[in-house]
Design a binder for this molecule. Structure first.
Ligand SMILES: Nc1nc2c(c(=O)[nH]1)N[C@H]1C(S)=C(S)[C@@H](COP(=O)(O)OP(=O)(O)OC[C@H]3O[C@@H](n4cnc5c(=O)[nH]c(N)nc54)[C@H](O)[C@@H]3O)O[C@H]1N2
Ligand SMILES: Nc1nc2c(c(=O)[nH]1)N[C@H]1C(S)=C(S)[C@@H](COP(=O)(O)OP(=O)(O)OC[C@H]3O[C@@H](n4cnc5c(=O)[nH]c(N)nc54)[C@H](O)[C@@H]3O)O[C@H]1N2
Ligand code: SF4
Ligand SMILES: [Mo]
Length: 749
């Protein structure tokens, strides 16, 4: 079962070569005249520090920052960032729709039109007739201004964004288990872990530089084990000592069965359970440990294996490795858990494993949810730019929190609406129904990335709907549907803060001027605020002005990063909150005495889960439940979607790199040889995949990385769009859609 040392070294070398380019790697164009500006990678939530090389006012190169967590390494996408800056489809002038086409307009004309449409809609139909749809790729200052303008200025909570498609279940998982969002651990824990539980994460392709760090730990540590829970064989599972493959959507049974084994074999930490844990069901933390053990009795490894289509012995092995006393266990997960109608429950079940074993808050022992986008944590989750949130852990529905924000924002009491706004899918459904009249879309491409996308593409073009898109490229699958397309400055052309997976905040300095007439999203939002009469609410001249206010808004909250002044951010290579004073070193491990400033130095125990009033984290009794759509005679196969290493989401950026454009850019239907034989298709043949919602054609790739009965298609292709097929059913708590599972039929086309 365990990979031999020789095999491991071979696959590890291959994986590293694919994923990580070394410190010496610099783009060709760099030379002695190159000026280097400190920044952060534009792409994933790993948040690699880098330097942008500038010559003659142009970005010509990047190189990894040796002093940042990535130790100078970058993956291919990061390394090729310079190429996207002056791509032929860079969007450089405002455009306004004229019939089926667009006409060039001045900024004043375009913004004038936006202002009058928004004003008219609000006057006629009230504040909830408008909405903002943002992104975990915007800068913190941008998300902050949008959130403040719409919630406190326009007085609607219809502010949401693509983190709803991405991290909402992780957020709700952390909040329900610990009372507050965001991981307690850090990247450094990777260097101390003895066992990794990687569940629903293809780390090798989606977080390559973190994967490199896991590989290094496995190479250098003693008897380090990697367990991968993924229905497919992936580049990540190649380094696994145990790859547990199963029917998609059944891992809740597997994780409950792992907990069952931990209790049965005496691998739980009784003192930790007594001192730090509460038990709960539904929404209430009012159960006992005995009730939990009774609940688990139903999840024997044998029963779970029958549900999941895996081997019972593998579940037992996974539990034993995870639970072995004295060894540090670290879990990592991403969309395989979050993009599910039971996504929050799946998150709770990962936390349960750490809580029952007490493997939490120790070096190498932590549940670390990997964040997708570079600033989903910092800008949107922390900053509260979702429809139910206010900045830094505050809630729209909480009277005290609204009153606090009204005071901080100097607006009259009662300004903020107590009614949570619409979450992503509901927001687009309101557009479809004609209840939402105007939508501002910034730094995201919903016309390609939403599930059941044709439905929402129609909504975006609905008669009477007015859609503004701020975009760095045009046309995209969203901008082609818009009424106004504003040219956005891109990455190195603007300044602001990104916050990545491990609560690490970093400053991206502006390296070059925006091209054409492009403007930073920050400037666009401040201009919109002025035109809508909210210049007092949004008086900022620079992102730095907004940052000063953000420090005040975060002060005194569990996020407190008052010590992260612009100067400190500029000098540092990333700072981890909480960091309540300028002299504070930052916090690697939250909730831990001696590390977290909010745990008193004389606290009698090593951890304090202060996010909840009783200071306990909750072990939730979460039963196994099937996905929203299961296979049947008409739709006999499971359809799942995800990423490949070379491309980023809707491809607008990575398709603009020569080296990436022709690499893995076409979405293929990955089908197991047995299914291919049954369907009579071979690699290269065209198949049509149909769900209850829609259909798309793909060329086939016959591969045994697929599971029998499962089709995988990547999400990056703007021509063959997998989202015509995917399911827009959402988790009832997190409102995150089930991109990962739906039922389809596959036919030779
Ligand atoms: N190259 C690249 N990297 C990226 C991105 C990108 O676009 N390109 N995007 C970034 C973003 S925003 C995100 S959110 C992350 C996503 O990062 P990941 O979540 O790691 O990537 P995905 O490919 O979406 O899905 C991960 C795995 O979930 C598995 N899966 C499917 N169904 C199930 C299930 O029922 N249970 C379990 N346990 N697993 C299941 C799939 O087989 C797949 O291998 O990547 C980030 N990094
Ligand atoms: N089938 C399927 N669909 C999925 C997923 C999946 O796993 N499967 N994953 C979901 C997840 S996790 C995510 S995060 C979403 C991502 O979905 P999107 O956010 O829609 O995808 P991106 O391609 O990242 O879109 C970012 C857009 O912003 C533009 N842009 C780049 N920089 C700037 C800037 O500075 N300012 C402005 N204004 N624009 C800029 C880019 O050109 C691009 O069009 O997709 C979701 N959709
Ligand atoms: S791992 Fe992520 S952040 Fe790091 S270079 Fe690659 S895409 Fe950029
Ligand atoms: Mo994401």
């Amino acid at each position: 079962m365990s990979v031999s040392r020789r095999d491991f070294l071979k696959t590890a070398a291959a994986a590293s070569a694919l994923s990580a380019l070394g410190v010496a790697a610099k783009a060709r164009a760099a030379d002695a005249d190159t000026r280097w500006v400190k920044s952060v990678c534009r792409y994933c939530g790993t948040g690699c520090g880098l330097y942008v090389g500038v010559q003659g006012g142009k970005v010509v190169a990047v190189q990894g920052d040796k002093d940042d967590h990535n130790a100078g390494f970058l993956c291919l996408k990061g390394f090729l960032l310079p190429q996207i800056m002056s791509a032929p489809d860079r969007h450089l002038h405002p455009l306004v729709r004229k019939g089926d086409g667009f006409q060039r307009a001045s900024w004043d004309e375009a913004m004038g039109l936006v202002t009058s449409k928004f004003k008219e809609a609000m006057q006629k139909f009230g504040p909830d007739a408008v909405g903002f749809y943002g992104s975990g790729q915007g800068l913190t200052e941008e998300s902050y201004v949008a959130n403040k303008l719409f919630k406190a200025g326009l007085r609607t909570n219809n502010v949401d964004g693509n983190p709803r498609l991405c991290m909402a279940s992780a957020t709700a998982g952390y909040v329900s288990t610990y009372g507050k969002d965001e991981p307690m651990g850090c990247y450094e824990d990777i260097d101390h872990a003895d066992v990794f539980l990687i569940v629903g994460s293809n780390t090798a392709e989606a977080h390559p530089i973190l994967f490199r760090r896991i590989v290094r730990r496995k190479e250098t540590g003693r008897n380090v084990k990697v367990i991968v829970l993924d229905p497919r064989r992936t580049p990540t599972s190649r380094i696994a000592d145990l790859h547990l493959a199963f029917t998609p959507g059944t891992d809740l049974a597997i994780m409950n069965a792992m907990a069952n084994v931990l209790f049965a074999e005496g691998l739980v930490d009784d003192a930790f359970l007594r001192d730090h844990v509460a038990f709960g069901e539904g929404q209430e933390a009012n159960k006992t440990r005995a009730a939990y053990e009774t609940f688990l009795a139903d999840y024997t490894p044998r029963k779970a294996a029958a549900i999941a289509g895996c081997h019972a012995e593998d579940i037992v092995t996974a539990a034993r490795w995870f639970g072995e006393k004295g060894r540090a266990a670290m879990s990592m997960w991403t969309m395989g858990l979050n993009q599910r109608t039971k996504g929050v429950w799946a998150n709770n079940l990962v936390h349960n494993l750490h809580l029952v074993t007490g493997k939490i808050g120790l070096p190498g022992s932590t549940p670390l949810s990997l964040t997708g986008q570079p600033n989903a944590c910092g800008g949107v989750r922390d900053g509260g730019a979702l429809s139910h949130l206010l900045p830094y852990g505050r809630l729209v529905a909480n009277d005290k929190h609204r009153a606090e924000m009204e005071k901080l924002w100097s607006v009259p009491a009662g300004t903020l609406s107590p009614k949570p706004g619409l979450a992503t899918i509901d927001l687009f459904r309101a557009l479809e129904e004609g209840k939402l009249k105007c939508m501002f879309v910034m730094c995201t491409n919903p016309g390609q990335s939403l599930p059941n996308v044709d439905r929402y593409r129609k909504a975006l073009r609905r008669e009477g709907a007015f859609v503004v898109v701020s975009e760095a490229f045009h046309p995209t699958r969203t901008s082609e549907l818009a009424d106004v397309v504003l040219p956005a400055a891109l990455w190195a052309e603007k300044e602001g803060v990104y916050g990545c997976t491990e609560r690490r905040y970093q400053l991206l300095d502006r390296a070059v001027s925006p091209q054409g007439e492009a403007r930073p999203d920050f400037d666009i939002l401040c201009d919109l605020a002025r035109r809508l009469g909210h210049e007092k609410l949004v008086p900022f001249k620079t992102p730095e002005d907004a940052w000063s206010e953000i420090l005040q808004v975060a002060k005194g909250t569990p996020y407190d990063f008052s010590g992260m002044t612009r100067e400190r951010l500029r000098e540092s290579h990333g700072l981890l909150w909480p960091m309540p004073t300028v002299g504070h070193p930052g916090t690697k491990r939250r909730y831990v005495r001696g590390e977290d400033p909010f745990v008193p130095a004389d606290h009698p125990q090593r951890v304090k889960f202060y996010g909840r009033p009783d200071g306990r984290a909750v072990v939730w009794l979460r039963p196994n439940k099937p996905p929203e759509e299961v296979t049947d005679a008409d739709y006999p196969m499971v359809f799942t979607t995800g990423r490949v290493i070379e491309h980023w989401h809707t491809g607008t950026m990575t398709r603009n790199c020569q080296e990436l454009r022709h690499t893995n850019a076409e979405a293929l239907a990955e089908i197991h040889p047995q299914d291919a034989a049954r369907l009579g298709v071979q690699t290269g043949d065209l198949v049509q995949i149909t769900s209850r919602r829609g259909a798309e054609k793909f060329r086939t790739k016959v591969t045994d990385t697929a599971r029998v009965g499962l089709v995988f298609v990547q999400m990056h292709d703007d021509q063959r769009m997998c989202n015509r097929i995917t399911n827009d059913a959402v988790d009832p708590v997190s409102r995150q859609p089930e991109f990962k599972i739906c039922a389809v039929k596959v036919e030779k086309a």
